[in-house]
Ligand binder design. Structure first.
Ligand code: E4P
Length: 215
């Protein structure tokens, strides 16, 4: 399973990249705002800066909700850097735009996906990635893992090449369960990636080895 980091914070991206386990980055307008990145020119520059830190795909989200606007924004984003993936919301105009981008060879990430039916539409339109939001489903007492399982079954049954990018990951067990269920990618906050490292038996075992090595 590929690991993407879900942030627009450059130092967190550098930290994950330095571990050697990073395959890409996802951002969204809320994450950009959190870093205080404002204004079109600054936002575009920030995407280019992120591309300079990693070797994999970097999702950059459009703000338009009509077909022409999504296409205009998406084409401008795609021209910024070859690593840019145009992130498009799961709405009717978005599906049309994903099909358009797919015909032009522009990579897309269909975002805000909460049902298997939406994921089926994204794949039919030729999305490169589909982003089911696990944590936000948890927030409304719905099992996001069943969604990952259903999408995997549908995509495997029909041979869709769209990659399942598990998103809205909040903690390490989200990552582990998505891996067990066959998600192609998990996009995670740095905290969830780092939490995968932790086990008390590792800590006590290492302390004992280091102590014994002095004897
Ligand atoms: C996905 O690409 C989104 O940026 C993200 O995973 C949303 O996560 P959240 O529900 O924690 O905001």
């Amino acid at each position: 399973m590929k690991f993407f980091i879900d942030t627009a914070n450059l130092s967190q991206i550098k930290e994950a990249q330095a571990m050697g386990i990073l395959d890409g980055v996802t951002t969204n307008p809320s994450l950009m705002a959190k870093e205080g990145i404002k204004g079109e020119a600054n936002i575009l520059k920030h995407y280019v800066d992120i591309c300079g830190l990693v070797t994999g795909d970097v999702s950059a989200e459009v703000l338009s909700t009509d077909f022409d606007g999504i296409v205009r924004e998406g084409e401008a984003l795609a021209k910024l850097h070859k690593q840019i993936v145009v992130k498009v919301p799961m709405i009717k105009e978005g599906v049309k735009a994903i099909k358009y981008f797919s015909n032009k060879g522009i990579k897309t990430n269909c975002t805000l996906v909460f049902s298997a039916g939406q994921a089926l539409l994204a794949a039919k339109a030729g999305a490169t990635y589909v982003s089911p939001f696990i944590g936000r489903l948890d927030d409304v007492s719905t099992d996001g893992f069943i969604l990952i399982e259903d999408i995997r079954t549908i995509y495997d049954t029909y041979g869709y090449k769209t990659q399942i990018l598990a998103a809205s990951i909040r903690h390490p067990m989200h990552i582990v369960n998505c891996a067990k269920l066959g998600a192609d990618v998990a996009t995670c906050p740095l905290s969830a990636i780092m939490a995968l490292l932790n086990h008390p038996l590792t800590d006590t075992g290492l302390a004992k080895f280091l102590e014994d090595a002095k004897k």
